[in-house]
Write a protein that binds this ligand. Structure first.
Ligand code: FAS
Ligand code: PHB
Length: 389
């Protein structure tokens, strides 16, 4: 089989890239390890930067997002009972959209089906070959049969545990990493949100985040030690811990209920350079991971897609390879700024086991400055809503 762009991974980055390329008349094949149900069962991101919103609309998949998503003009950063409102709209003229990654992925799959693009699920043992030849090749097994797909370019959209990054020789890759000594325990519950906007809560007991999916479905998180498992956390224990970490005024409004999903995600900052190796281009979590404190993971994947789809269209439609030659350098410039913001938000809002009283004071002083300085609030706001592409 032959195509123009082989896309490894049918998550949000692979799907959006395929959608944008096919709308430009470029043929793709997506090779996805999991079933569609498995991909859609994962509960992940909840916030879209406005640049991501505009990409969804440009890709022709913004209708349900615009109908069912919730534009948010701000968020709260709290320290015990100190509540600092970050007014995105007043400070930057931009807002964000509350619309879950599950819905984004669902919308993209639906649009891809409508276009009749080729998505092959259940692939195993993917190998990426001939990256320095006149055309690349991808070999894979599906239904017990070994297959070979030739293509002009390969997009590695297969996430942190995928095969694409490891296809680049280890001695040619440089990794940058920070692993945090805690995770986030997240729940979904069919209850009304405790607040109209998100609350990022710092407290002496640790971090909590009050997010949402709609007016009767919340997504709440608490920071937990890496040694904890979901089994250690009954709903009762979660609600008690969550309510003592958010401000008392919010806790007084908290409506609790049974969790319908509960999971623990580890936190890490990670970047692998370069993003290109011959005819292979790394995209999204295949190249980088951010702690979810800055709501950047999904948005950074879309940022890579923004640059790569334009570069591939130029190369394949006009023979202009300048975009693909600069993809790694240009995408990494924005990746590192989001990496910094996500790290800074994580350091500002989490308690580290064994930290001394000076560290706790630095956190409190940072939040106190945020409360008093419009400049500090504008810096946070412009990073949160998304820096320009
Ligand atoms: P994905 O990992 O989503 O997709 C990669 C796809 O490739 C998967 O479908 C996988 O099955 C497939 N694949 C893997 N190996 C393959 C192979 N060898 N062959 C074929 N296919 C293969 N971001 C936020 O902004 N906010 C959050 O709250 C948040 N929470 C998260 C919680 C968890 C537990 C995780 C893991 C991530 C979270 N993220 C969050 C980040 C997340 O949203 C990612 O940034 C986003 O899924 C990135 O999308 P992709 O790059 O498409 O990678
Ligand atoms: C979520 O709703 O899942 C969410 C929102 C904001 C974050 C992280 C996760 O920073």
């Amino acid at each position: 089989m032959n195509t123009q762009v082989a896309i490894i991974g049918g998550g949000p980055s692979g799907l959006l890239l395929s959608q944008l390329l096919n709308r430009a008349g470029i043929a793709t094949v997506i090779l996805e390890r999991g079933t569609r149900d498995h991909v859609l069962s994962r509960i992940r991101a909840g916030i879209l930067e406005w640049g991501s919103v505009e990409m969804m609309r440009e890709a022709g998949v913004g209708a349900r997002m615009d109908a069912e998503g919730f534009p948010h003009d701000g968020t709260y950063i709290t320290d015990a009972d100190l509540m600092v409102h970050i007014d995105f709209l007043a400070l930057t003229g931009k807002r964000v959209m509350v619309y879950g990654q599950t819905e984004v992925t669902q919308d993209l799959y639906q649009a891809q089906d409508a276009m009749g693009t080729t998505i092959i699920h259940g692939v195993e043992d993917v190998r990426i070959l001939d990256l320095d030849g006149p055309q690349a090749a991808v070999e894979y097994t599906v239904g017990g049969e070994r297959k070979r797909l030739t293509c002009a370019y390969v997009a590695g959209c297969d996430g942190f545990h995928g095969v694409s990054r490891k296809t680049i020789p280890e001695e040619k890759r440089q990794a940058f990493e920070r692993v945090y000594p805690f995770g986030w325990l997240g729940i979904l519950s069919r209850t009304p949100p405790v607040n109209d906007e998100l609350i990022y809560a710092n407290s002496p007991h640790g971090f909590a985040l009050a997010s949402m999916r709609n007016e009767n479905l919340v997504r709440y998180y608490v920071q937990v030690p890496l040694s904890d498992t979901v089994e250690d956390w009954s709903d009762e224990r979660f609600w008690a811990e969550f309510s003592r970490r958010i401000p008392a005024s919010a806790a007084a409004r908290l409506v609790t209920g049974p969790s319908i999903e509960k999971s623990i995600a580890p936190l890490r900052s990670f970047v692998s350079e370069p993003l290109r190796w011959g005819r292979l281009f790394l995209v999204g979590d295949a190249a980088h991971i951010v702690p979810p404190t800055g709501a950047k993971g999904l948005n950074l994947a879309f940022s890579d897609v923004f640059y790569l789809h334009q570069a591939l269209i130029s190369a394949l439609k006009r023979g202009d390879e300048s975009g693909i030659d600069r993809y790694s350098e240009v995408a990494l410039r924005r990746i590192w700024k989001a990496m910094r913001f996500s790290w800074q938000m994580t350091m500002m809002l989490h308690r580290f086991d064994g930290e001394d009283n000076f560290a706790a004071q630095m956190r409190r002083a940072t939040l106190a400055h945020l409360a008093e300085s419009e400049t500090a609030r504008r810096d946070l706001a412009e990073n949160y809503v998304g820096l320009p592409f």
